[in-house]
Structures are given as C-alpha cells and as structure tokens.
Ligand binder design. Structure first.
Ligand code: FEO
Length: 404
C-alpha cells in the first residue's frame, strides 16, 4: 500500500492493524489503524509516530516520499504507546529533527526513552510553527485523554490532526469517510465512533465540550479532521464534531438495557418477563448476556441506553464475578445521566442486588429502588413480579428521560 494524499503534499503514512483484538484490555473486534502524517513542505514535518510493531511500515511510507534524514520537525500530539513506540526508530533516521511536544508530553516521553539524544521544543496552546507554505498551530487538550494530549492544526490546509479525538478502532481499506461506504457501511462507521467514545472518552465529556469551545475561540473550522485511528473526516468533519458534542452532553436513547449473567438460569429466566414488561410499557429494550458479549459492546450499549438493569446471581453473598467486572469497567468510565437498577436470584443469604446498589450510589447513578430478588428458581408468581418490575422500571425511565 502507498501513502495516501490528504491535500497537496500532505500524506497519510500510517499502518493498518487488521488483527489486534485486545487493545490494553479493550476489545477491538474490527482491528484498528495507527495514523500518522507527513507534510512535504520546505521544512519536512512528521505528525505523530505509530506503534513499534508497525515502524517498518511507516518508515517505508516515509522513505517513498522523502529522504527521512531531511525531516526537520516531528510533532508528538500524544505519548501513549500506540503512537510513540516507533519514535526511536524514526528519530534514528532524522537525529537532527526537533520534537514539538507539550511539557507534560516531554516528561512522559522521558520515562519511556533516552530523550537526551533528541532536540525538543515545548509548545502550548496558541504557539505556531511555520514550515514553509504551511503554519502549524498547537492546541493543548489535557486529559483528552492523557495529560500530555494536544492537537495540531495546519492553517493553510485547514487540517486538524486530532490524535485520538474523533478516531475509531476500525481497520479497513478506506482512509476517508467519503470512500468508506464502498468498503463497509456508514452504519458501521457510526457504530465505531460511538464504541470508541464510550470505551475511551466517556469520562471526559466536559473536557470535550471545553476543547470544542477552544477550537471555536481560535477560529478553527477544519475542512479535514485527521485522527490517529481509523477513518479521516473530509466529507463531513462537522458531523463528527456535532456527534461528539451530543455524546459529551449526555445524549442517550430512551432505551432500557438488561445486562445479566446467570449460574443455573434463574436470573436468566427473570430477564425474560422483565424485558416483556419494559416493552409493554412502550420502551425499547435490549438484553445482553455478559459471558456471551464482548465488554466493548456492553460498554457501548450501556452508554447508548438511558437506563440499565443489571441481573446478577448471588455467589458467596456477593455479586457474580462477571457482573462485578462489568461494573468496575463502567465505574471507571464515570457515566453521567444514566439510571440503573438490579435484580437476581439467590439461594439462601442474598446480597448481590444490594451490592449492586451500593456501587450505583458510589457512581452517582440515578437508582431504581429497591431492586428485585428471587429465591432459587422463579415461580409463576415471581415471574409476574418480574414483569411488573420491568414495567415500573420503564415507567420511571420515561419520566427520567424527560429531564434531558
Ligand atoms: Fe491511541 Fe491514547 O492512544
């Protein structure tokens, strides 16, 4: 595969990772790409690096365009390993290049590499770098999603190099949103955007709104948004910005999600009349069994739904381990504006449902109290209670949804 030109003399020189399925614990069933960009201006500039395993590929792309020793500037927008571990290999080819990075980025890079060999220029929001026909403007975006993070705007080409922001974990033969539909449907692309946001950026909603506001204050209205993963936005860059603003503002569907696991099927049996009660109340419902569903899908569906019921058997007086794992993931993502409840079967002491509610309270979720517990296998009478539980949850969810 050859480098791909975004605009005159500005190229994608990244790599496609078709096979990655575990991205530091986040499942990536569709693979990913590591995007970086080369600007062939009077002073040749590389924006970002790639993961170490893909160093040969990006170096091959770069070498097909320029003599790497002529690279004068290397911009490091983000120091997470998937974007900088190839920098050692790249800098070996252009040892005289200057690395442009935030102060926190430099401190982080010092922990990974012997940086005493390299020249640095520390940048902050508003700083610019003229490289010939193009001027680069740096915008710090701390905690989006690491302390070091920044974006770089190429003023003349109107390209925003947005690092992880607006990215997706999606390997495909398309590089741009306008040639994407020929490869996979736009529904898949939209799903990949939400998946990425929910699993990585969910905790940073306010910071995202602040970052979009900062871009507007700086007068930045990019014609192209070029993230470090997935598809590059040139047909509809504003659409993905609008989508981010909506998600960061707490957008959710009026839907009840049931996430459950089960030991001897009792909790699973409960989920059926509960889902029927929800649907009969006129609320959309989805049911996911934890052991059969990748965690990234669980997180994404949790994010999309206004309310979730967690179904958990009691095991040794506490919640089922898979449910605890799921709640640990979600708790770390600090969701806002979501309602939660719990149900489950127990044999003698119970305790799982209460433990779920304790967790919901710590997370600051709106709760649907007090949950529902059934002893051993649900009787016909218990199933009627489950049905009513579903109806009551859906009724409260409808009322709760009107607040947003
Ligand atoms: Fe794609 Fe935060 O690294």
């Amino acid at each position: 595969m050859k480098p791909v030109e975004l605009k005159k003399d500005i190229f994608w020189v990244g790599a496609i990772d078709w096979s990655v399925r575990d991205f530091h614990g986040y499942e990536t069933p569709r693979g990913t790409t590591y995007n970086n960009y080369l600007i062939k201006d009077r002073e040749i500039t590389l924006v970002d690096a790639v993961k170490y395993d893909f160093a040969d590929i990006t170096i091959k792309h770069i070498t097909s365009l320029v003599n790497p020793s002529q690279i004068k500037h290397v911009v490091v927008n983000h120091i997470e390993n998937d974007h900088v571990t190839a920098i050692d290999r790249i800098m070996a080819l252009c040892p005289d290049a200057t690395i442009h990075i935030t102060e926190r980025g430099k401190k982080g890079l010092d922990r990974f590499f012997d940086t005493s060999r390299w020249k640095f220029h520390l940048v902050k929001t508003g700083d610019t770098l003229n490289i010939g026909d193009n001027t680069l403007l740096f915008i710090e975006t701390p905690m989006l999603h690491w302390p070091d993070s920044m974006m770089t705007y190429c003023k003349e080409a109107e390209i925003l190099f947005s690092q992880d922001g607006f990215g997706q974990h999606l390997a495909s033969s398309a590089r741009f949103d306008d040639d994407f539909s020929a490869c996979v449907s736009s529904v898949v692309l939209e799903d990949a955007v939400v998946d990425y946001y929910a699993n990585i950026l969910m905790p940073f909603g306010q910071l995202i709104l602040d970052a979009v506001s900062s871009l507007q204050k700086l007068g930045i209205q990019p014609k192209v948004i070029a993230p470090d993963h997935g598809i590059i936005w040139r047909k509809s860059p504003q659409q993905v910005v609008d989508s981010y603003v909506a998600m960061a503002s707490g957008k959710a569907d009026l839907r009840a999600l049931i996430i459950y696991d089960t030991m001897w099927k009792s909790t699973e049996i409960m989920s059926v009349p509960i889902s029927e009660g929800i649907m009969d109340e006129g609320v959309d419902c989805r049911v996911l069994k934890l052991r059969d569903t990748p965690m990234n899908v669980i997180i994404k569906e949790f994010w999309k739904a206004r309310g979730t019921l967690f179904g958990t058997p009691t095991l040794n007086n506490i919640m089922y381990p898979t449910v605890a794992e799921c709640l640990t993931h979600i708790r770390g993502l600090r969701p806002r504006n979501r309602m939660a409840g719990a149900f489950g079967s127990y044999g003698w002491g119970g305790g799982a449902v209460k433990e779920c509610y304790d967790t919901f309270t710590k997370m600051g979720l709106e709760t649907f109290d007090p949950g529902l517990q059934i002893v051993y296998k649900p009787s016909t009478e218990d199933e009627e209670k489950c049905y009513q539980f579903g109806r009551d949850f859906a009724a409260k969810l409808k009322e709760y949804h009107t607040r947003f």
